[in-house]
Design a protein around this ligand. Structure first.
Ligand SMILES: *Cc1c(COP(=O)(O)O)cnc(C)c1O
Length: 235
């Protein structure tokens, strides 16, 4: 599989989309989503310049971690509180914080390791029942609660998964809504809030997401090809 060419292609599209909103490709971080892809493919992507990878299952991070070359790991999928302890010292950011209970567990485990964990709050702006994340209305309160109760957590921004649309342009409204929240809450003055990442956009909709203001895209299929779900493991 031509991973190198795929990465170059994604980077080209990323740069074009960024230019449409007055930015450059370097303003948008590409996180290569490596779930269900094996270590050799991941290492090949790293050799091609990938600096950040995303996984959505704790168990998959655990099973690959020691064999992957140095890279920043992102936990992008739903995280159960009882699994935080396994990845707290492995990932550089958790994108999928959607409850105070989860933030408190991250805080507790981060304290035990003497670190501060970077997190994003997952906002489900389309209010799809099938997806995790809090509503746009709940976002402000969640941020305040985490800032009050989780001193070892640093809120770096927001994350959103838009509904799958046959026409990706239709996802734009969901991204724009989260961008508004990002601009609003990014102004909060607090030592544990330092907005830098608006994590929006996957293979099918990342250009639309970038045009709406995303500065971090999570791309799997367009880099590695289709995933083989028969390899699927537990969470
Ligand atoms: C799998 C996944 C992606 C990547 O999806 P592709 O369509 O393969 O690019 C992005 N974000 C999350 C949260 C995912 O689980």
């Amino acid at each position: 599989m031509p991973i190198k060419e795929n990465i170059e292609y994604v980077k080209r599209l990323k740069a074009q989309a960024a230019q449409k909103s007055g930015r450059t490709g370097d303003d948008v971080l590409l996180v290569a989503v490596t779930k269900l892809h094996d270590v050799d493919e991941i290492n090949e992507a790293i050799d091609c310049g990938i600096t950040d990878i995303g996984e959505n299952k704790v168990q998959e991070i655990m099973s690959k971690y020691d064999r992957v070359k140095p890279v920043r790991w992102h936990l992008i999928g739903h995280l159960q509180t009882n699994k935080v302890k396994y990845i707290i010292d492995k990932v550089s950011m958790i994108h999928s914080v959607d409850s105070l209970k989860l933030a408190e567990e991250i805080d507790k485990r981060a304290a035990q390791h003497g670190l501060t964990m970077d997190i994003l709050i997952q906002v489900n702006s389309a209010m799809e029942e099938s997806k995790f994340g809090i509503t746009t209305e709940e976002t402000g309160q969640m941020i305040q609660d985490i800032l009050t109760r989780c001193p070892n957590v640093r809120i770096r921004g927001l994350m959103c998964i838009a509904p799958f649309e046959d026409n990706p342009e239709d996802a734009g409204i969901y991204f724009e809504e989260v961008k508004k929240l990002y601009d609003e809450y990014g102004r909060i003055d607090h030592p544990n809030l330092d907005f830098k990442y608006l994590s929006m956009g996957m293979s099918n909709d990342f250009e639309v997401a970038i045009e709406a203001g995303s500065n971090l895209i999570r791309v799997g299929t367009m880099i590695f090809g289709a995933r083989d779900y028969s390899k699927k493991q537990g969470e």
